[in-house]
Design a protein around this ligand. Structure first.
Ligand code: RP5
Length: 165
């Protein structure tokens, strides 16, 4: 049954990306959005990437979050092979602090869109929030949970700074 499939796919180029991409998973957990996380490398497992991208819609996915670092071709390649919205998360690389990842993901040619987020944790969290906002267009319960999440975030911000950290 397609309806029972998780609506979000979180894919990443390597196990080493999970530390960053887990932030997307945790955010979706907090919002009650189910997902499936997979390692799909554009370079090391190109056949797996092709099969995933070609089959993602038929698998029931509605949004793809794709994280990669360095020569980060995964989000763009998946977007070129698949009609679903793709949100790209640049993973912070060691050699260039993620600028290489960011540039690799953000500079897509016209016609193949990738919604590119910030480098690292912030990008992963925001990719999950964007995915949830897309799904919430047709899911009022999720829209309510998103409103609650935003209210909780606001409530957690203190009025005044403190020395006690
Ligand atoms: C990219 O190469 C991955 O997305 C990862 O960020 C980077 C390094 O991969 P590992 O060498 O740690 O597996 O394909």
């Amino acid at each position: 049954m397609q309806d029972e499939r998780p609506p979000v796919a979180i894919i990443m180029g390597s196990q080493s990306d999970w530390e960053t991409m887990k932030n997307a998973a945790d955010t979706l957990d907090a919002l009650g959005v189910s997902y499936e996380a997979r390692i799909v490398s554009a370079h090391r497992t190109p056949d797996r990437m092709y099969a995933f991208a070609k089959g993602a819609r038929d698998e029931g996915f509605q949004v793809i979050i794709a994280g990669a670092g360095g020569a980060a071709h995964l989000p763009g390649m998946v977007a070129s092979l698949c009609p679903l919205p793709v949100f790209g998360v640049p993973v912070q690389s060691k050699s260039m602090s993620g600028l290489d990842s960011l540039y690799s993901i953000v500079q897509m040619p016209a016609g193949i869109p990738v919604g590119t987020l910030a480098i690292g944790r912030a990008g992963a969290v925001n990719a999950a929030l964007l995915a949830a906002r897309v799904l919430a267009i047709h899911d009022e319960d999720l829209a309510d949970r998103l409103d609650d999440w935003i209210s909780s975030q606001a409530a957690a911000v203190a009025d005044y700074p403190t020395d006690d950290m």
